[in-house]
Design a protein around this ligand. Structure first.
Ligand SMILES: Cc1ncc(COP(=O)(O)O)c(C=O)c1O
Length: 405
């Protein structure tokens, strides 16, 4: 996505002084490259897109069109998948809380429910008894140590009695234990090496080859050098992840009949670099020697997980007289002291300029709180066209659930 100053001005005139720019072509490229990297080595591979990372319906539709699965973590996301036409057999429901009625609904439609805790075992038991003629596709989220120094609270400890009870679901005639799943937030290659090997060791111990083995998300996506350099770890390419994971699968299952499908659940790796956020410089002030530019934007627009990284930025001069700054912080529109979008900027800037932040596609619009201002529009500017993917939010979008009487 290359933006000229003239285009930026035109977008400002049409859509206001802050907006997101979506690059859905980049999303397609990421999906296809990731798919190719893994399936070249192990052909029985598919992607389950993590909706919660960025559930923009047009992106979810792309995944469906390209043959991927929908990885959802709420009945809200499940409804979204169904509304955009995803076949229920392509929906996988993860997460620590699931509404019982909705579990039943998805299972009866042929979707997969990955259970996370023992309370779901009794729910599945009841549904299985209630509908003896329906086959229920159930997965188990497995929790084991991958050496990432995190004690994850999700899934079943594979050494626990709860896990044994979950495995017993397979004794029911109409429960199909279709999927063994895990997910870890760590994105480094060594943790992927551990997760794939530990998962396969577990399945060997249980003498199970399920239809699908799902290793979750947690891959780094593409990013510019300025962002890469802020991570302590090496940022692997899709091919490097594939070399570790798909090769292990190929070595283990290359010669077996009915090899399992290898699934991964990427979010950030697909969508991170597909969104930018543009916002106007409202003011530049100096307080006790520190220069601060206030933007019509907030850290909650671009990085609500507050990961303290400076995203890549570009400045678009909009005609005001720029001054040179050696250490300027970009502050947000909220009243939160810590609301800074970028620290220690060096370069030219003027009030009225537009600042464009890159790599803001994951955990941004889905996590933006309604604090202080409603959210800004999302524009897809692919193929030279501008499409409004999400209009600007207005007062009524936030207040219509309150009783004004
Ligand atoms: C179960 C599960 N799958 C997939 C993801 C997506 O992870 P990422 O955006 O790191 O790829 C997450 C994120 O927390 C998750 O919890």
């Amino acid at each position: 996505m290359i933006l000229s100053k003239e285009m930026m001005k035109e977008l400002m005139d049409l859509y206001g002084e802050a907006f997101y720019l979506l690059d859905s072509e980049q999303f397609v490229r990421n999906y296809e490259e990731l798919k190719k990297a893994f399936s070249t080595i192990y052909p029985f591979f598919n992607i389950a897109y993590s909706y919660k990372t960025n559930y923009t319906p047009s992106l979810c539709r792309i995944v469906n069109k390209l043959g991927g699965y929908s990885e959802v973590v709420s009945d809200m996301e499940m409804e979204l998948a169904i509304r955009i036409g995803v076949h229920p057999s392509k929906i996988i429901w993860n997460g620590p809380y699931k509404n019982t009625e909705k579990i039943e609904q998805l299972l009866l439609l042929g979707g997969t429910v990955n259970i996370d805790s023992i309370y779901e075992v009794s729910i599945i038991n009841k549904i299985a008894q209630k509908y003896p003629a329906s086959v229920l596709n159930v997965g188990i989220r497995c929790n084991f140590d991958i050496g990432d120094n995190v004690l994850s609270r999700f899934g079943f400890d594979i050494d626990s009695n709860d896990f044994k009870s979950a495995l017993k679901l397979a004794d029911l005639n109409n429960v199909h234990l279709i999927n063994f799943q895990c997910h870890f937030a760590a994105r480094t290659l060594d943790t992927w090496y551990s997760r794939v090997n530990r998962m396969l060791e577990l399945l060997d111990t249980l003498s199970i080859i399920p239809e699908r083995i799902d290793l979750g998300g947690g891959l780094f996506g593409k990013m510019q050098e300025s962002l890469k350099s802020q991570f302590e770890s090496y940022i692997p390419t899709f091919e490097e992840y594939a070399k570790v994971v798909a090769t292990t699968f190929y070595n283990r299952f290359g010669n077996v009949d009915n090899p399992p499908v290898l699934l991964i659940e990427p979010g950030s790796a697909l969508v991170g670099d597909c969104m930018k956020f543009a916002s106007r410089v409202v003011n530049i002030k100096t307080i006790r020697g520190k220069t601060i530019a206030t933007l019509l934007g907030s850290i909650y627009n671009i990085n609500p997980t507050l990961n303290k990284k400076n995203p890549p930025i570009e400045i678009y001069s909009m005609g005001g007289e720029q001054a040179e700054y050696s250490d300027l912080d970009f502050g947000g529109f909220t009243c939160i002291e810590t609301d800074y979008l970028y620290r220690n900027y060096k370069g030219k800037l003027a009030v009225g300029d537009m600042v464009l932040f890159s790599n803001v596609g994951s955990y941004s619009i889905v996590l933006k709180p309604p604090f202080i201002l409603p959210n800004f529009p999302v524009l897809d500017i692919c193929n030279g066209n501008i499409e409004v993917i999400k209009r600007m939010e207005v007062f009524d979008d936030l207040f219509h659930t309150f009783d004004f009487e």
